[in-house]
Ligand binder design. Structure first.
Ligand code: ATP
Ligand code: LTN
Length: 336
């Protein structure tokens, strides 16, 4: 039986934080043996907001090394860089021409990011979900493991599949495959350490709002010590009036590997002074092996280069085939 296909990616913008890890990458790692996986560093997406050309290449390699450090296993997964495969940009163009403008204008992430950019909103930022659809569709992905915030983009991808298949395919021979989001309930939306109602985000100007995967132990302890809490003793999940409490308990649950019932029982009578060191210890312990592996990988650049070269070669086979399928369906001539 052939395995279902998975594709996902993260942008090389800013530092990878616990939200990215718990909402996305950890889930890739956990299910990778069941699927045929494609994981890419989406560096074309990284320039949809102002970026630094001096650090883009390094940030891209750092993120690829972090994927490996988090446990991406090359026996099950292909790892590559989006911009190394030109089919991503090419399919995005073809999809652009069948995407109604108003579908993009109503994307929540666009509206949020555009409102932060003032006058300086690029066409690329609006077009971001179309490029993401191209990423997914080029690999015939069945499943796309992401955090909650990306669900709307996958719905848009599905709407594009319907449009292409209806307009250019036949019932018997659809051109593109429908992807489904794979969103885990716990960790799907890790909240900021300074405001439990806002998601933890790379682009939050405050470093205190997030724990980065490469933060040293004393930094992690400091951020947790200073994070926002409430004046109530006794900790609990699911109380809408205590968003910080729910978020920090969920982090503890995910990082310690304990069940919700265990965490509930352990913390129901605790105060923050007792709980925060526990959370800090479990975060430090969970990140320590990832950090050690990351430094190992970064000390051998040839190894990382060879992983990415092989990844590109393998990914290109699928991307090339599917781009060809779409171009043929749209009526393009093939070069002789
Ligand atoms: P930005 O702040 O620039 O939008 P980001 O922190 O949201 O960046 P992305 O690169 O957009 O990070 O997201 C990478 C992956 O991590 C996506 O699958 C996304 O859903 C997931 N993710 C991002 N933030 C969180 C979060 N706070 N909780 C859970 N998952 C998250
Ligand atoms: N938009 C995504 C990043 C992304 C992605 C993808 C995720 C780009 N292409 C394809 C899954 C599949 C984000 O996390 N901000």
């Amino acid at each position: 039986m052939t395995k279902k296909r998975v594709l996902s990616g993260v942008q090389p913008t800013g530092n990878l934080h616990l939200g990215n890890y718990l909402g996305a990458i950890r889930n890739w790692v956990e299910v990778q043996q069941e699927y045929e996986n494609y994981f890419c560093v989406v560096d074309l997406h990284a320039i949809t907001v102002p970026h630094n050309p001096k650090t883009l290449a390094d940030d891209t390699y750092t993120l690829a090394a972090l994927y490996l450090a988090c446990g991406i296993d090359l026996n099950y997964s292909t790892l590559f860089i989006q911009s190394h495969i030109s089919a991503h940009s090419e399919l995005a163009w073809l999809l652009n021409c069948i995407t109604p403008l108003n579908w993009l204008e109503r994307m929540i992430q666009f509206k949020e990011k555009a409102s932060k950019q003032g006058e300086n909103v690029s066409v690329g930022l609006l077009d971001y979900p179309v490029l993401m659809a191209a990423d997914i569709l080029l690999y015939d992905a069945d499943l796309v493991p992401v955090g909650e915030d990306q669900k709307q983009h996958i719905e848009l991808t599905r709407d594009l599949v319907t449009r292409i298949n209806d307009q250019y395919g036949t019932k018997k021979e659809p051109i593109l495959k429908y992807p489904e989001p794979l969103i885990r309930k716990e960790g799907a939306r890790v909240m900021s350490l300074t405001d439990g109602t806002k998601k933890m985000s790379k682009s939050d100007p405050s470093e205190m709002s997030r724990i980065n995967l490469l933060d040293p132990p004393d930094e992690i302890a400091k951020k947790i010590k200073r994070c926002k809490t409430d004046p109530i003793k006794g900790l609990e999940f699911d109380n809408p009036d205590r968003p910080e409490c729910h978020n920090l308990l969920t982090l503890y649950l995910l990082l310690s590997g304990k069940t919700k019932a265990e965490v509930q029982q352990e913390t129901c009578e605790m105060g923050w002074g007792q709980f925060k060191p526990l959370l800090a210890d479990s975060a430090i312990a969970a990140l320590e092996p990832i950090q050690a592996k990351y430094h190992d990988i970064m000390s051998d650049r040839d190894y990382l280069d060879s992983v990415l070269r092989e990844g590109r070669e393998k990914a290109e086979v699928s991307a090339h085939e599917i781009l060809g399928r779409v171009k043929k369906a749209l009526g393009y001539s093939t070069p002789l």
